[in-house]
Design a protein around this ligand. Structure first.
Ligand SMILES: [Zn+2]
Length: 309
């Protein structure tokens, strides 16, 4: 109804005269319906909380079925499925995603080929073999076919990647690869932060442009809530160390707006970003990143000592 109480639209879900025979023979029990639903989804180990069933009339292909609707909540990742089964016999009629979110797949570096391959001598021109890549799950995509979810949206990237089947398997020469890197690593870092108990620290969506220019480095624009990754030499978003460094600027800015933008706070903000990324990936490839960071620290100390003495 509008402001003057005039009716503008009627939605009706009422179906008169259903051509439906109420089953006289006994159908399957609620427990059995739940068991079939869980077996069909093959998610025995991921069930979270109570799986419930209710009896419904379910329309499909011009036929109305007496059915069980079973709601199955899951964790790792969080999902909820509604399974509809025929009351008689328990045949599956439909399986629907109740959260309207989807799980995609992609390939990334964790965090970069130097660490993944344990080879410090790689250069921008090095051939990167397949084993440098890791297959990963991309959580909570919104089904648009874009890399868009609760914490990351690559919407400001020009010619952004679109895959209707949500399979984003690129190699690094493909421009879409950097978007997968940004989506996966920011989403993973945010979930880690939440697992520590910080549930509203950058828990909103940030926009990401992985195709910044080659003059500027990567940076965060707090007014637009946008991260921009530079493309000079090796593109920044090909390295998750840099992605997490930049994301740490978002974390700090959310707590103290403008933190890192003056000479007093800048060194702390830059140091925190590097420290966060180094710790996050410290144990990858048998602790290669940790050992490498320690060696670089010692080398830097040596240089500084030489310089000042
Ligand atoms: Zn920085």
């Amino acid at each position: 109804m509008d402001k003057c109480n005039r009716i503008n639209k009627i939605d009706i879900c009422y179906h008169p005269d259903l051509p439906l025979e109420l089953p006289l023979e006994k159908g399957i029990s609620q427990e059995e319906a739940i068991r079939i639903a869980i077996d069909t989804l093959n998610v025995q180990k991921r069930v979270a909380g109570t799986v419930s069933g209710e009896q419904v009339i379910y329309p499909k292909d011009d036929t109305f079925y007496v059915a069980w609707k079973v709601a199955v909540p899951l964790i790792n990742p969080v999902e909820e499925w509604h399974v509809f089964l025929e009351f008689i016999g328990g045949n599956i009629l439909d399986i629907l995603d109740a959260l309207l979110k989807a799980t995609g797949r992609g390939r990334v570096f964790i965090p970069n080929p130097v660490v993944a391959l344990g080879d410090r001598l790689l250069t921008a021109e090095s051939e990167i073999p397949d084993r440098a890549y890791t297959d990963v799950v991309l959580n909570d995509l919104d089904k648009s076919g874009y890399l868009k979810g609760p914490y990351v949206d690559t919407c400001t990237t020009p010619n952004r990647a679109k895959e209707p089947d949500l399979i984003f398997n690129y190699s690094r020469s493909d421009p879409g690869f950097k978007e997968v890197m940004a989506y996966y690593h920011i989403d993973t870092a945010q979930r880690y932060i939440q697992s520590l108990g910080f549930t509203n620290l950058c828990s909103k969506t940030i926009k990401v442009n992985v195709q910044g220019d080659f003059v500027n480095n990567s940076y965060y624009n707090p007014d637009a809530r946008e991260l921009i990754f530079g493309t000079w030499y090796i593109d920044d978003a090909q390295d998750a160390d840099i992605i997490l460094h930049e994301y740490s600027h978002v974390m700090l800015d959310e707590q103290v707006p403008g933190f890192g933008h003056n000479w007093n706070t800048c060194p702390i903000a830059e140091g925190f970003g590097d420290f966060f990324a180094a710790c996050f990936f410290a144990e990858i490839n048998g602790g290669f990143n940790r050992e490498l960071m320690l060696r670089i620290r010692d080398e830097a100390r040596g240089l500084i000592t030489q310089f000042f003495l």
